[in-house]
Design a protein around this ligand. Sequence first.
Ligand code: AHR
Length: 651
Amino acid sequence: MGTDSTACKTTITVQADTAGKPISPLLFGIFFEDINYAADGGLYAELVRNRSFEFQAIENPEWNQLTGWELTKRGEGEGWMGLDAAWPVHPNNPHYVTLHVAKVGDGVGLINPGFDGIAVKEGEDYDLSLFARQLYMGRRWGQGFSGKDGPMPLVVRLESEEGEALGEASLEVAGPEWQRLSASIRASRTEKAARLVLLGMDVGGVALDVISLFPRKTFRNRPNGLRADLAQAIADLQPKFVRFPGGCLVHGNGLGNVYRWKDTIGPIEQRRGQANLWGYHQEVGLGYFEYFQFCEDIGAKPLPVVPSGVCCQNASHTNGTGQRALPLEEMPAYIQDVLDLIEWSNGPATSEWGAKRAAAGHPEPFYLEYLGVGNEEHITPAFEERFKMIYEAIQAKHPEITVIGTVGPFWKGDDFENGWKIADALQLPMVDEHYYESPEWFMDNLERYDGYDRNKSKVYLGEYAAHEKNRATTLRSALAEAAYMVGLERNGDIVAMTSYAPLLGKAGRTQWNPDLIYFNNTEVFPTINYYVQQMFGNNAGDVWLPVEVGDSTKLAELAVSSVKDSATGDLILKLAHNGAQSKPLQINLSGAKSLVPSAVVTTLTGDPSALNNEESPKTVVPSTSEIAVSESFEHVAPPHSLIVIRIKMSN
Ligand code: AHR
């Protein structure tokens, strides 16, 4: 026993005493798109579904402006609800509900069960706000009207599905002008699927709109904020940037549906919600201000993507099918919108658009540096012409902004090649590559970027994921991504940014699988792939150190990267081991003289077919331990594992 196994060990030698190669400090970020109910019903903490009465049949043939709301008549109560658009709170938000109480009984009102129920927690506060005005003021209708001209009392209540009250508050709607009313309700017990009930308690009528309910506890306690647990799961990735708002959501389902950032800022009642091309409604309550604020809250750079003057090539239901381009005469106004975005983010509070940011509570700039133009467009002459116009206008007015172009939806093919041709011709600073492929593809392409021309545009790998045939997120797919990410880090001089896609998927409400984080109304289920992203994101570096793996070990079996983080001085080793047997390693940190002899090692390992899901959320999670390290030390890589060893230096 106790045999010397040196001969069987795979030697890893890191040139720790060399200057290394500078790599992008922004390599690992995230891609957020409102797909799979990621925003409304997801990250955006609003608990009321269809709060603005703007759902429409174009989003879902079974929907209309009253979808999600139902009339309730309590006791002997009699009345009805209607829809109106004659005198809206704001023209961007035209429809509102009317509630008519003919006989009070125990109240006549509206029920909203939220997004598959409203989850509340015992003892926590929920902030309700709404716009309201009285109807029938100074008038009488029909025989038997017995209402007063006084205010309409409203009871707002959280109830269980069985109708048990979980907390309530009272409001009064007084007068024929729209007014914003608010109240807070403390939940008397925890309930996964409560509902909001509003009851008119006198004869008469009211118009109601933007009926909103938020948990008081949002991420960083922001008003109009984000769901704390989901936002925290994202923050825990330590993303260096956040790309938003998509994805295909950006270029929209037809020209009338492209994402217009200006529609998403300002008071929520003035925002213009619209159909989400993933088949539901977007309130845009999570709008540009909230995206930028979230970036600031988590220390990530904002990376908005604006449409490139054309809609999605797969558009199907507005303005006909296929790619459509904005008429050239509309381009100057559109380009001005893009320039205004830069001013809104970076301009002084005294500038026209900076003033709007300041009015929203952020006088300081948001410091936008990166701007995507277009999302995996079909590269047509119409696209090219418009992209060039937008790019040149940004370059002329804001040369400080790094514009990111697009090279289609695949890793090769016509759009990829033609997109790169445009990038070469315009000498774009960066282009956005996308690909979703099998784990085998990723393992076969670990050296993809080794041969990229260092004199051309840098790469933002804006969307990627290893897809199993059944679209599950297995350890196998996660380890394929890990091995690939080792290559991204090795090529961090040319690959500037990367983001897995999509980020969020609401269980039972997905249009796309796999996603990095699944969730329901009360729980968050990180996939194994999430932990891979987290291990890389939490252990990023800015200098890549040359590393050699001895014997005949193939990259696909053991992919190793070694980086230095200048901020901490730490040396970080990442090992993606795809072998089925444990692999003894002899790790030499050549020239690393002053290392702290104990290091933290994080290991992710398990059965390659294992997956984390709702039934079994923690099948594979990383574990951490301390190991002894020196200039030459041993370690064993478990089968099917990702290992990160973080070594501190003593000076
Ligand atoms: O990530 C999901 C979708 O995949 C994105 O919206 C689109 O850009 C890509 O095709």
